[in-house]
Ligand binder design. Structure first.
Ligand code: ZN
Length: 294
């Protein structure tokens, strides 16, 4: 039997992105970048909450102290969603008003990585930053066009990164002690695949699950060989990111977008922008790394 998606809830994002599963509380978080919203949903209780922000939210991660770190349009912030408070901590691109932060994720040592893009898609205008426990942002890669998926290998020795227009997954040797990256390579060449690689996650077998914007699917690849292993399909074209969730991290949550679709597209894709899940997809995921504060 082929695998089948399920709709998680009846809500459509303009640009759903950045899913994060909270293992402790059994909650899936995700963002609607353009609507400036952080969403949370409990599959157990069915409770859906929306936390409106005063600017775009590119990515979020849980922190070890119970709050959240976010890459907002203008920079990094600490958020308390229950209190509705925000503390800006670093604005490394405060001088670049046409840029905004996009995708981000914590590394295995608890540093938060997030990158930027030009809002009019000017190429090479963005950078990838690393935010450490000292709350200082350090530029790690410049000349990025559309900073997207991030993942770290199970042995912490490799970082994977997608700059979407390059249509590939890059690998870097990663020093988990310092956060240093070196020896950039192309791990997976996706130039002949339909759609643009967007967000990604790694499973407990070390394989990458990549969301394809305008590609109607999430596909699993072996980053050691660059080989395609399997694809799972969605009823919408603009598939943006994915993350494992569920009690045993056995389910794959998938975010999607409706931004840029015209009326005839939306007739064919009425669920565009929804959050989907593939239950018991096969391989399990890993708990999301949290941001470590001092
Ligand atoms: Zn993305």
């Amino acid at each position: 039997m082929s695998k089948k998606w399920e709709l998680v809830l009846d809500h459509k994002c303009e640009l759903g992105e950045g899913p994060v599963w909270d293992v402790e509380h059994g909650i899936i978080y995700w963002v609607d970048i353009l609507a400036q919203e952080i969403h949370q949903f409990s599959p157990a209780s069915g409770k859906h909450e929306v936390h409106k922000q005063d600017q775009m939210v590119g990515a979020i991660a849980l922190t070890d102290s119970g709050g959240m770190v976010a890459a907002l349009a203008t920079g990094f912030a600490l958020l308390d969603l229950e209190k509705g408070t925000k503390e800006m901590i670093s604005t490394p691109e405060g001088h670049l008003p046409n840029n905004r932060f996009n995708d981000g994720k914590c590394d295995p040592a608890g540093r938060f990585w997030a990158g930027t893009m030009d809002m009019a898609d000017l190429p090479y205008a963005g950078s990838l930053y690393m935010l450490g426990a000292d709350l200082e942002a350090e530029k790690k890669i410049s000349g990025v066009s559309c900073s997207n998926g991030l993942a770290w290998s199970l042995d912490y020795k490799t970082m994977y990164f997608i700059d979407s227009p390059t249509r590939g997954v890059r690998s870097y040797e990663f020093d988990v002690e310092t956060g240093a990256i070196s020896n950039e390579q192309i791990a997976i060449n996706l130039t002949s695949e339909p759609g643009i690689p967007d967000g990604m996650t790694i499973d407990a077998e070390g394989m990458l699950w990549i969301a394809f914007f305008d590609g109607w699917r999430v596909a699993r690849y072996d980053p050691h060989t660059g080989r395609h292993l399997e694809s799972v399909f969605l009823p919408v074209a603009r598939v943006t990111s994915c993350a494992f969730g569920g009690d045993r991290l056995e389910d794959l949550y998938v975010t999607t977008a409706r931004v840029g679709l015209d009326e005839s597209d939306l007739v064919k894709q009425p669920l565009a922008g929804s959050l989907f899940v593939y239950k018991n997809i096969g391989p399990r995921g890993l708990p999301a790394d949290k941001f470590r504060t001092n």
